[in-house]
Design a protein around this ligand. Structure first.
Ligand code: NIG
Length: 392
């Protein structure tokens, strides 16, 4: 059934030619945008919805969350606000609570947060494992995540669990992650991720995790350069990751590298997480510099119990504009199309151009050879009949 949307105050198309349109109308047929154009030229449809001057834009795509967890870390947040630094060790608190929770408790918490996220205008989201850290608990987390998320990422390499200190240490734990754990979880996920940071996994360990994931046919993601300078961005670029997330501590050379990945139609999305940067009192990721250099960026919430307890993409977009120096249009694009590209959800007939500064480079052409395990692909860059997208 086709629905004609009229009375649109402003339509964000994410399309370089059309940009933001006034006096526009949209026809939605099922979950497909069938037509976009001047309201005066709108075709007939089965029904008509007048949105009374509201803005119409693509749904938010939240490409980085950690929603399968139990427990509470309010005390850690309060201590941080009183001056303590964020340390990755807090992850262990959530791991203990998650392992102790029942399936029903984990599912109920995921449902609560996913519902909240959808009520806030998010129409697609990714979520990760990473608070189980045993074969059984990671498998359980992946299965539960898949009940709600559009894309699930395996993050067995989130932290070396405490009990592994006596069981061979980090390298032995990486053996488990890249062996038995990956084999169990891979059929339930689209991507693999590693927390490449001092206090978590070093470059060699991160490389092993990513190479094993790639061999298993998974897309690659990296938590990189969150708490300080490090090898995360370079590794992500070298291995052709779909995204590298956080990117708070990156220099001009790393900005350039991220921009240059986009030659040939595929590349690595730089995902900025403004709510996390604020909550951990870290420097804000240099979103302005990334966009100016021609990198493709995404904005995501990073909703998790330790560093970013929000499901609000609107808050993240507002922060990216107010604090990171993006224009409204750039931030909306990064929070919609940018996330979709990072997750490979943009589709061959996708509705927009990549998140680039105007004139910063040619729009790429999708690489038909780019696979699930490859880099993110640039979309075609047009709204056209049959283009898939969501409206909020
Ligand atoms: O993306 N940095 C690693 N992982 C999460 C934090 C997880 C936690 O502290 O529980 C993040 O910020």
């Amino acid at each position: 059934m086709a629905t004609l949307i009229t009375g649109i105050g402003e339509l964000t198309t994410n399309d370089d030619e059309r940009g933001r349109m006034r006096d526009a109308a949209v026809v939605v047929d099922g979950d497909v945008i069938a037509w976009v154009g001047e309201a005066s030229a709108a075709p007939a449809a089965d029904e008509r919805v007048d949105v009374d001057g509201r803005a119409v834009l693509p749904g938010w795509v939240d490409s980085h969350t950690h929603l399968v967890f139990a427990g509470d870390r309010t005390a850690e947040f309060e201590a941080r606000m009183a001056g303590e630094a964020y340390a990755a060790g807090g992850i262990g608190v959530t791991v203990g609570a998650t392992r102790a929770a029942t399936d029903d408790e984990l599912t109920a918490n995921l449902d609560r947060l996913a519902d909240e996220l959808l009520r806030g205008g998010t129409t697609a989201f990714e979520t990760k494992t990473g608070y189980g850290l045993t074969v059984a608990d990671e498998l359980r987390s992946a299965r539960i995540a898949a009940t709600r998320a559009d894309s699930v990422t395996f993050l067995g390499a989130h932290l070396v669990p405490q009990d592994w200190a006596e069981r061979g240490g980090p390298d032995a734990y990486v053996d488990l992650v890249t062996g038995e754990m990956l084999a169990a979880v891979a059929p339930h996920v689209e991507a693999i991720d590693v927390f490449c940071e001092r206090g978590a996994f070093d470059e060699a360990q991160s490389r092993r995790v990513l190479e094993a994931g790639r061999a298993a046919g998974l897309a690659l993601r990296v938590h990189g350069n969150q708490l300080g300078p490090g090898p995360g961005v370079r590794l992500a670029v070298e291995l052709g990751a779909a995204s590298v997330d956080h990117v708070a501590f990156i220099d001009d050379e790393e900005v350039r590298m991220l921009a240059e990945t986009w030659h040939g139609g595929t590349g690595t999305v730089a995902t900025v997480l403004p709510a996390c940067d604020l909550s951990t009192r870290m420097p804000l990721a240099p979103a302005r510099r990334l966009v100016d250099a021609g990198a493709v960026i995404a904005i995501a919430t990073n909703c998790n119990p330790g560093t970013s307890y929000t499901t609000s993409m609107a808050f993240c977009v507002a922060t990216a504009v107010l604090q990171m120096g993006l224009t409204v249009e750039e931030a909306v694009r990064a929070a919609t199309l940018g996330g979709a590209v990072a997750l490979g959800l943009d589709g061959d007939e996708s509705a927009a151009a990549p998140v680039r500064a105007a004139g910063s480079g040619e729009r790429g052409v999708p690489d038909p050879a780019a696979s699930r395990a490859g880099r993110a692909r640039l979309p075609l860059g047009r709204i056209r009949p049959g283009a898939r997208a969501d409206l909020q």
